[in-house]
Design a protein around this ligand. Structure first.
Ligand code: DOR
Length: 443
């Protein structure tokens, strides 16, 4: 009997766990059902992927959308729309919304808002605070929750767990990996005088300096060891932290961002001003080089975007009243493909960082690789396409990218979420099919 599928992606180069293979993949009921020559099989829908590379769906484990709260910058619909235009199939959204996502009601509200509107699959972080520390063990297990987020340094929003005693309370509650914004808040407060009104934005990495980041990461790791709790250190920016984290890989995973891998101080501040301002900051080239070395050395576990939209008017305020954050969910993959084209990492390592890595860190069920039984999430890319990133391509309500005008080689051609083609050739196709991500039960 002839095999039948809902959907066949034919003739692309599949990036399988063992390496690239030019073959077909068959999808049934949203799952990958067969890998191999399916020339004789029938399918309701077929995608000719000859000449294209089929990656496992790209997972962005760090985005800040602004719903509920300042939805004039972004909402769950616009944020996930930008994601699929950029080849992202699944994302985890941060809790510094208004109100912050610190309760079961706030989590359920976000899931309700995303359902029927999100273009990607999604999960939400619970924000840690001194008030909810003892409830985190329960909150982290709610459906649709990817884990806990703890801000040890103040950034956008009011979430903060600054001192060791409260950090220890957070780490003691629950068992899943805790993600951390690691900048020492006491040092930030002590040195805030450096960036009074009238200071230049190039002071941003001097105020939020290497010591601010390193000291916090050292405190975090010593508290995590005492609590026997696994941590995920977000957006690591310094050579010094990478050396330190390499000694703690049994308990700490590491994220880096395309912004920190692509831009460097002082050039970015001279060219972009406050539009390069983010936390932790973009630093000098020696740190950027160290992040690349850490990718090669395997210290880095994943690349996320830290998509953090603010309007142009807000960003144009004089420093330091300008908010920190850059858009990124839509440019994550084009920038990283361009780094592949320029020889900074292999395509296989990119898949490790954007699919397999997040799946391993967070214990995602059925995502992160192309395999029979896994969700049929695919990002189809044209590795040879030459395109220019422009503001008018950006779906974010904020409408800008720090990479406007940058030519890149490599571009997402289609975004497929559980067998639904949601983006093809820069066109949006099937909306609102995003669903909460599932996680392994035992973690
Ligand atoms: O630059 C940043 N912006 N860093 C953060 O930690 C938060 C983010 C935001 O939400 O704007």
């Amino acid at each position: 009997m002839k095999d039948t599928f809902d959907f066949i992606i034919a003739g692309g180069t599949l990036l399988l766990p063992g390496g690239p293979v030019e073959t077909d993949v068959g999808v049934r009921a949203g799952r990958t059902a067969a890998i191999g020559n399916l020339g004789a099989a029938s399918a309701a829908q077929r995608y000719d992927a000859k000449g294209l590379t089929v990656m496992p769906g790209v997972i962005d484990e760090q985005v800040h959308f602004r719903e509920p709260g300042p939805t004039h910058k972004e909402d769950l619909e616009s944020g996930t729309r930008g994601a699929v235009l950029g080849g992202v199939t699944c994302l985890f959204e941060m809790p510094n919304t208004d109100p912050p996502t610190t309760t079961e009601a706030a989590i359920n509200d976000k899931i309700k808002r995303a359902t029927g509107r999100a273009w990607t699959d999604f999960a939400f972080y619970v924000g840690a605070s001194p008030e909810n520390a003892e409830q985190l063990g329960t909150l982290e297990r709610l459906p649709g929750v990817c884990g806990i987020k703890m801000f040890m340094g103040s950034s956008t929003g009011s979430l903060l767990v600054a001192d060791d005693a409260n950090v220890a309370r957070v780490l003691a509650s629950g068992t899943r990996r805790v993600t951390v914004h690691s900048e020492d808040d006491m040092r930030l407060t002590e040195r805030a005088g450096m960036v009074k009104d009238g200071a230049d934005v190039s002071m941003h990495p001097e105020w939020r300096d290497v010591e601010t980041a390193l000291r916090c990461t050292q405190r975090l790791l010593s508290l995590a060891r005492a609590a026997r709790r696994r941590v995920h250190v977000l957006h690591v920016t310094t050579a010094e932290e990478m050396d330190f984290l390499a000694q703690h890989k049994d308990i700490a995973t590491v994220e880096v961002l395309p912004q920190h891998l692509t831009l460097a101080a002082p050039e970015c501040y001279q060219r972009l001003g406050t539009f390069a301002q983010m936390n932790p900051p973009i630093r000098e080239a020696r740190h950027r080089d160290a992040l690349w070395k850490a990718i090669t050395a395997g210290i880095v576990d994943c690349v996320g975007s830290d998509h953090a939209p603010h309007t142009r008017e807000e960003k144009a305020r004089p420093y330091p009243r300008s908010p920190s954050g850059l858009t990124g969910v839509q440019t994550l993959l084009p920038l990283m493909l361009n780094h592949v084209a320029e020889g900074r990492l292999t395509l296989q390592r990119l898949v490790d960082l954007t699919s397999a890595g997040p799946a391993r860190i967070f214990g995602i069920a059925n995502k992160g690789r192309i395999a029979v039984g896994y969700d049929a999430d695919f990002t189809l890319v044209d590795l040879k396409a030459k395109r220019t990133i422009t503001n008018d391509w950006i779906a974010s309500k904020s409408g800008w990218t720090a990479f406007d005008g940058m030519g890149v080689t490599g571009w997402p051609k289609a975004t497929i979420v559980r067998g639904h083609v949601v983006m093809r050739d820069d066109q949006l196709i099937e909306k609102g099919i995003g669903a909460p991500v599932r996680f392994q039960e035992t973690l």
